[in-house]
Design a binder for this molecule. Structure first.
Ligand code: F3S
Length: 512
């Protein structure tokens, strides 16, 4: 590939599966595979992925001109010249590149070297822990990427460790067990079986483990602090870097699998001490506990993909992150990663790095953003009502994006059942969906069977799918007027966002 062509593709490498597919096709590879990949062109749809609303605003509220590169490594103002780094490979890595371990691995290595050099990396590092993949949608546009994975699996390649994968995009057992949704699934995800199968061949465990919250106790993908990994899934990257202290950049779907099969990643951005410095001090001065999703949205819009250092919220965590309070970080962080492209945040007195290094984590030229009651209200005021029938009543409640852990799922079931009992009501007025991995659902059924049974008969479904995939289905916004506690889900769909207590009221009354 000519250098110029690659530089043009570089931002896509970080973002879109199409880019990995395109590179796989473009890197010289003599063997004919007979699959559909290898056109060498970025599909038309991918062009639009370069256009994003992830543009920064400065302290004065005016645009800064910064746009996200989607790696989590801020490259504001990056030019083609910034892709001029030259990777120094070890003898073993060079041997792989030279084809000593087969043509497939050589091709993966070439992709990884090109990707790293585009972001200024000069070396690869060995990965530890376990990978996490967000390649979870068996949509037609991923066919050539699935071809690539199949070719690797057929050549005997595997992830260096068993890895976790995002939730599947539908749940035909608990939610979409109706002909309309079945038809849409059949049309929308014709590659799902092939994708699930290749994940299985490359080292992913069974479908009961599928979740975006791969780090919760029931799944256990929690690498030690400081471990280099290659994770893909904005909310998992964001939580892992921040709350677990692991070191990963934000990868576009597919690139994490390239890293997983080589057991290596280029060292740059959020994997370095320098890249983990905070360019923003977020000074939270709300008179009560902030709304975590709104705070995260505000931070994402402000910082785009710079690292924020959040101060003023330590008292809401009682000194440590636990299974009972982690969801605050989850909802804040995932919103920073959805409204912006934040791959790492520090929370003073709460997350591991500021606990150790304090405000030394602030970059020299950091800016300050004050988030007070007035600012919170201003941000809430920007949350539009996108329902086609704006005055209609809500028709479904969505809890948990990212997925809930055991404690959060039980807490919601209790809150709902208690509210129903207090109101003397048997059932919720509209269906409620709580999103969690199947293993967590099973655990609740076993350990809290009475509560789970009562909640289920009242109208609550425990579902293992991706909330946003469900709410992004064709025609969904015309069929469903959803409400949610997830600012991430709100960011990507027509679903409206409300605080927890308000959601309970809505569940019981069916009214806003
Ligand atoms: Fe998880 Fe899907 Fe939300 S993968 S974070 S439930 S968008």
């Amino acid at each position: 590939m000519k250098r110029r062509t690659f530089v043009k593709l570089a931002p896509l490498v970080a973002l879109a599966p199409a880019a990995v597919q395109a590179l796989w096709g473009k890197v010289a590879f003599a063997k004919s595979h007979g699959g559909k990949s290898g056109s060498g062109e970025v599909p038309d749809f991918a062009e639009h992925m370069l256009t994003s609303d992830m543009n920064g605003t400065g302290p004065d509220g005016k645009p800064t001109g910064q746009t996200a590169t989607f790696t989590g490594a801020s490259k504001a103002g990056a030019t083609a010249d910034s892709a001029s780094a030259k990777m120094k490979l070890t003898a073993d890595e060079q041997a792989i590149l030279d084809g000593k371990e087969g043509p497939e691995k050589a091709k993966l290595m070439k992709i990884l070297v090109m990707f790293g050099e585009a972001f200024g990396a000069t070396k690869l590092v060995d990965l530890g822990g376990a990978p996490h993949s967000n390649l979870y949608i068996g949509a037609p546009y991923l066919a050539s990427l699935i071809d690539m994975l199949e070719q690797c699996a057929a050549a005997g390649l595997k992830s260096y460790a068993p890895y976790t994968v995002n939730p599947r995009p539908y749940d035909v057992y608990n939610v979409q067990n109706n002909p309309t949704d079945m038809e849409l699934i059949y049309q929308g995800y014709p590659e799902q079986m092939r994708l699930d199968w290749v994940h299985s061949k490359l080292g992913a465990p069974d479908l009961n483990q599928r979740t975006c919250a791969c780090y919760i106790d029931d799944i256990g993908n929690r690498p030690e602090p400081g471990t280099y990994v290659a994770w893909c899934e904005s909310s998992a990257v964001n939580y892992g870097n921040s709350a677990l202290g692991i070191r990963t950049n934000r990868y576009g779907a597919g690139m994490e699998m390239v890293c997983a099969m080589l057991g290596k990643a280029p060292l740059f951005g959020l994997m370095t001490d320098e890249g983990r410095k905070a360019k923003w001090l977020i000074d939270v001065k709300t008179t009560k506990e902030p709304d975590w999703g709104v705070l995260g949205t505000a931070i994402g819009r402000k910082c785009v993909e710079d690292v924020p250092y959040v101060a003023g919220v330590e008292q809401y965590f009682g000194g440590e992150v636990t299974n009972d309070n982690w969801h605050k970080l989850k909802y804040m962080g995932s919103a920073t990663a959805a409204a912006g492209a934040v791959g790492l945040y520090h929370v003073e007195g709460v997350t591991p790095e500021p606990k150790e290094k304090g405000r030394d984590l602030l970059a020299e030229d950091f800016q300050t953003y004050v988030y007070d009651d007035k600012e919170q209200q201003r941000v809430i005021g920007t949350f539009e009502n996108l329902w086609p029938d704006k005055d209609g009543d809500p028709t479904a409640v969505f809890i948990g994006c990212p997925h809930c852990n055991y404690e959060e799922s039980v807490r919601w079931a209790k809150m709902i059942v208690d509210a129903l009992d207090k109101a003397g009501q048997e059932k919720t007025a509209i269906p409620v969906y709580i999103f969690m991995p199947t293993v967590t659902r099973t655990r609740i059924l076993m350990e809290e069977s009475e509560l789970a049974g009562r909640a289920k008969s009242a109208g609550v479904s425990y579902t293992n799918m991706c909330a946003v995939s469900y709410s992004g289905m064709k025609g969904f916004s015309e069929r469903v007027r959803g409400v949610t506690n997830s600012a991430k889900n709100r960011n990507y769909s027509s679903i409206r966002y409300f605080p927890d207590q308000k959601l309970i009221d809505i569940m019981l009354s069916g009214k806003i």
